[in-house]
Design a protein around this ligand. Structure first.
Ligand code: AMO
Length: 431
């Protein structure tokens, strides 16, 4: 055994071991399990791509190495230099007979949860030690899926001439209603954390026509649920010269591309999860129709009320669908009216979970000012926005997709905290 501060340089990742002709390899990673039988000892190392099995047999490897294995601690970071050989029993078809094991960083404590368990009781214990929690394969798989989905969505946007933008997250006004705002001190002024990039993405269609942003949105959600975060990631996009039906078509494409990507990825990574079925066309139900149906089930709802998950559960709606043409009163000031009572708006649902909402926007200054006044808003606070309407604001539409909610659906995950690296909720501000 040799303790060293010098990290011995890896020459192969786990996934490269199967296809190499090299006999002597050096691998690095952290220990995920240690097993000892009479004359044979196994150490499993995990790296960014998967697992590597180290096998030490008494008599065929150095005695020091054989004796040190039971003293190793799970989670320690180590490097192993040794001989690569094929092995039918090992997870990736090869194993390493160690010549040298270096402990690069020793784990001092035993993890409070089992590394290989699929479901664990206390999410709080796990979140308190999130970096270690994320070493678990089932959880890492979720985030690798997240990575692939984001790549494919970005690719979709780039192929369709969208420009990736970043808009301010410290802002001066509310866009989605005042109750869920986080106030912050901004020098000597009151400011807020952005609930969405709404007004900025709309403005940017004036110069770039098609924009998207993937970034944090902040919502002061006082309720404790498995579907709300105080800081979530939103995939926002906005497009000039189109209406809300065109945006729904884009969402159909985004869902289709995401499901194709997901299917390919889980097959190639041997990940076993239930994923939603592909729908070429996503059904649309009007708000009017659904309210009627809900009333028939006996719920006491009136036209103009919000539609809640419990109502949708009762209707037994499954898979993806749109609820379109919401009452004007339920939607924010920037949403265009379709008539005196309803708006050009939609929510994308999966079962009873809202994944996205979007609309055609108001592009006329008088119209948006009237709307703000009807909603008792102070138009002077929005001067910075209203002034751009004097310079040829194009008709435009867009939507925001809650990334974590979309991932919950794609990976059949019930708690939104499991698809957020470091979730923030009413009780959690660390780590
Ligand atoms: P909305 O407020 O409906 O619309 O938000 C868009 C989507 O973001 C997700 N989302 C959340 N996810 C987790 N936790 C939360 N607290 C949370 N709040 C919202 C949901 C939701 O459908 N500006 C508009 C979008 C637009 O019209 O472009 C907006 O923000 O999946």
């Amino acid at each position: 055994m040799s303790h060293t501060d010098n990290c011995i340089k890896r020459d192969h990742y786990s996934k490269e071991l199967k296809n190499t002709n090299v006999e002597l390899v050096t691998v690095t990673g952290w220990i995920s399990s240690i097993r000892s039988h009479k004359n044979i000892r196994f150490v499993t190392i995990q790296d960014r791509f998967g697992e590597i099995q180290i096998v030490a047999k008494r008599g065929t490897c150095n005695n020091d190495i054989f004796d040190m294995i039971p003293k190793l601690k799970e989670h320690s970071s180590i490097s192993v230099n040794g001989k690569l050989q094929s092995s039918e029993k090992s997870p990736n078809g090869v194993e390493i007979i160690p010549f040298q094991i270096n402990i690069i960083s020793k784990a001092e404590k035993i993890s409070p949860f089992n590394n290989n368990a699929k479901t664990l009781e206390s999410i709080d214990t796990r979140l308190d030690l999130r970096a270690i929690d994320l070493r678990r394969k089932s959880l890492r798989d979720l985030f690798l899926i997240r990575n692939e989905i984001l790549k494919s969505i970005r690719k979709y946007f780039y192929q369709n001439y969208f420009v990736e933008v970043n808009t301010p997250k410290i802002i001066s006004t509310s866009t989605e209603g005042g109750s869920s705002l986080f106030p912050v001190f901004y020098y000597n002024k009151e400011a807020f954390l952005a609930q969405s990039p709404q007004l900025y993405k709309e403005q940017l269609t004036m110069s770039f026509e098609k924009v998207f942003e993937i970034s944090s949105i902040f919502r002061a959600e006082a309720s404790r649920t498995n579907r709300h975060l105080s800081e979530a990631i939103s995939i926002d996009f906005e497009e000039a010269f189109v209406n809300y039906f065109d945006i729904m078509v884009r969402l159909e494409h985004i869902i289709k591309t995401s499901l194709e990507t997901l299917n390919r990825f889980i097959k190639c990574q041997n990940i076993v999860i239930d994923i939603p079925k592909t729908q070429d066309v996503i059904p649309k139900y009007t708000y009017d129709d659904l309210i009627n149906e809900i009333q028939k089930t006996g719920y006491d709802v009136e036209w103009g009320d919000d539609i809640s998950p419990k109502h949708l559960k009762k209707l037994g709606l499954n898979d993806f669908y749109f609820i379109i043409d919401w009452p004007n009163s339920t939607k924010p000031f920037y949403v265009k009216d379709k008539s005196k009572t309803i708006s050009e708006s939609f929510d994308l649902m999966y079962g009873d979970l809202e994944i996205s909402s979007g609309s055609t926007r108001i592009s006329n200054k008088i119209e948006i000012k009237n709307k703000m006044q009807n909603k008792s808003m102070h138009t002077n606070l929005f001067d910075y926005h209203l002034r751009v309407f004097d310079y040829g604001m194009p008709p435009h539409s867009g939507c925001g997709i809650g990334l974590e909610r979309f991932l919950m659906v794609l990976t059949n995950t019930t708690n939104i905290r499991d698809v957020s690296f470091y979730p923030r909720d009413v009780d959690r501000l660390i780590p």
